[in-house]
Design a protein around this ligand. Structure first.
Ligand code: FA5
Length: 364
C-alpha cells in the first residue's frame, strides 16, 4: 500500500468526526443556512472529505463511494430537520419604533456636478450646450485652428494618436487634446450663420500626469460669433461666470498670452476667495510685504484657470465666416481645475477625483 493511502477504517473515523461536529452544532442551535455552508457548500466539510476517494485503494473505491453517499444523505437530512433559520425572528425582539436602516444611494460624481452647474450658468445668458467627438480628426483639433502640420505650437498639446488610416484632408485621428475641436465643428453645424453661442464640455486627453494634470480631464469651451463682438463682451462673460460659480465679489483678470487660434490671446485668472485677490491674509497694507502673512492657497491673490481670446481670422475662415464682417471670442478652461478652486473644497491633487476612493467621493 502506498504511504499516503487511506484505509476504510480511517475513512470511518473521519466520518464519525464530521457527524459528531454536526451534532454539536445542532445542539448549539446553529441556523440552517450556516450549517449548509459549513457542511455542504463547495468548500464545506463534506466535499473536503469526499476528496479522499482519490487516496483509497482501487478495491476500496466502491465501499468508499457508498459510505460517502450515506453520510451526505444523513448530513442533508439532519440539517433539513433542524428548526432554526437565520430569518427566524421568533425569538428576536423587534423595536418597531426604531428608525429604519437608510439604504445607501449613490450621487453624481463631483466633476459631473460641476459640469451641470457650468452648463446652467452659461445657459442663463443664452449659450447652448454642444457635444462633439472625443476621437477626432487632426483637422478639427489642430489644422483648422491655425496650427498647420509640424507647427511647433502643437507640442504643447501632448497628443495621443489613434492607430487608424490617415485621411488626405482631415489628417490623422487623435484623442481630443482640448475642446477647441468644437469651434469649427460648431460653425459648420450652424452652416456659418450667426449668432453662435456655444458651450462645449467634453473629455480631453493628454500625455500628462501630476497633481494638477491627469491624462483624461474635462474642459469647457465657450464660443461666441456675431457682428461687433469685442473683448469687452469676453471680459463681461468672464466676470459673470466668476460671480456665479465662485460667489459674489469674485473678479476675473486677463493677461496677455499666445494661442495659435486666438488673436489677441489671454490667460484668465480668478481672484482667490480666501485672500480676495490681495495675496495676503492680513489687511496691513502699510506693512512691508515680506513681513505680512501670505495666502498659502493662491500665493499671489489669483488662480489661473485657462485660456481665452478673440477668434483668429484664419479660424473664422476655416468655419466659413468672413472675418471682415464677423468677430468672435472663445475661452477654454479645465473643469477639474475650475472646480477645485471653489471655496471650501481644498483639493490640492486633482487625481483624487479619479481615484475611485469612496471615502473621498462620499464627501460631495
Ligand atoms: C487650451 O487647451 C486652449 N484650447 C484653451 C483656449 C480655448 C484658449 C479657446 C483660447 C481660446 P491650455 O492648454 O492652457 O489651453 O488648457 C486650458 C486649461 O485646461 C488649463 O489651464 C487647465 O485648467 C486645463 N488642463 C490642461 N491640461 C490638463 C490636464 N492634463 N489635466 C487637467 N487639466 C488640464
Amino acid at each position: 500500500m502506498k504511504a499516503n493511502m487511506i484505509t476504510i477504517a480511517e475513512l470511518k473515523q473521519k466520518i464519525a468526526e464530521i457527524k459528531s461536529q454536526l451534532e454539536a452544532d445542532l445542539i448549539q442551535n446553529l441556523a440552517k443556512e450556516e450549517l449548509r455552508i459549513k457542511f455542504l457548500a463547495k468548500k464545506g466539510l463534506f466535499n473536503e472529505l469526499a476528496k479522499i476517494i482519490s487516496q483509497v485503494k482501487p478495491s476500496d473505491k466502491k465501499e468508499t463511494g457508498q459510505l460517502l453517499n450515506e453520510v451526505k444523505t444523513e448530513i442533508t437530512e439532519s440539517i433539513e430537520k433542524s428548526t432554526k433559520s437565520s430569518s427566524d425572528s421568533k425569538n428576536k425582539w423587534v423595536d418597531l419604533t426604531a428608525p429604519g436602516i437608510k439604504p445607501k444611494t449613490g450621487h453624481m460624481h463631483p466633476v459631473s456636478q460641476a459640469m451641470e452647474e457650468i452648463t446652467q450658468i452659461f445657459e442663463r445668458i443664452g449659450f447652448s450646450r454642444s457635444r462633439y467627438p472625443e476621437v477626432d480628426w487632426d483637422w478639427y483639433v489642430f489644422e483648422s485652428l491655425n496650427m498647420p502640420k509640424n507647427h511647433p505650437a502643437r507640442d504643447e498639446w501632448e497628443t495621443f494618436f489613434i492607430d487608424a488610416p490617415t485621411d488626405k484632408k482631415m489628417g490623422k485621428v487623435v484623442l481630443t487634446t482640448h475642446t477647441s475641436n468644437g469651434q469649427v465643428r460648431e460653425m459648420e453645424r450652424l452652416e456659418s450663420k450667426p449668432p453662435i453661442r456655444m458651450i462645449n464640455i467634453a473629455r480631453c486627453y493628454r500625455r500628462q500626469q501630476d497633481a494638477t494634470h491627469t491624462q483624461m480631464f474635462h474642459q469647457f469651451e465657450g464660443l461666441v460669433i456675431d457682428k461687433g463682438i469685442n473683448i469687452q463682451n469676453l471680459k463681461g462673460t468672464l466676470d459673470y461666470f466668476a460671480e456665479q460659480f465662485y460667489g459674489p465679489g469674485t473678479k476675473s483678470r486677463i493677461r496677455p498670452f499666445h494661442f495659435q487660434f486666438t488673436e489677441p490671446s489671454l490667460e484668465v485668472d480668478f481672484s482667490c476667495h480666501i485672500c480676495h485677490g490681495t495675496g495676503f491674509l492680513d489687511d496691513k497694507t502699510e506693512t512691508p510685504e515680506d513681513q505680512r502673512q501670505k495666502c498659502k492657497f493662491c500665493k499671489s491673490g489669483w488662480h489661473e484657470v485657462g485660456g481665452a481670446g478673440m477668434v483668429h481670422p484664419n479660424v473664422l475662415k476655416a468655419g466659413g465666416f468672413n472675418p471682415d464682417i464677423y468677430t468672435g471670442f472663445a475661452f477654454g478652461w479645465g473643469v477639474e481645475r475650475t472646480y477645485t478652486l471653489k471655496e471650501g473644497l481644498n483639493i490640492d491633487d486633482i487625481r483624487l477625483l479619479y481615484s475611485g476612493d469612496l471615502r473621498f467621493l462620499e464627501q460631495f
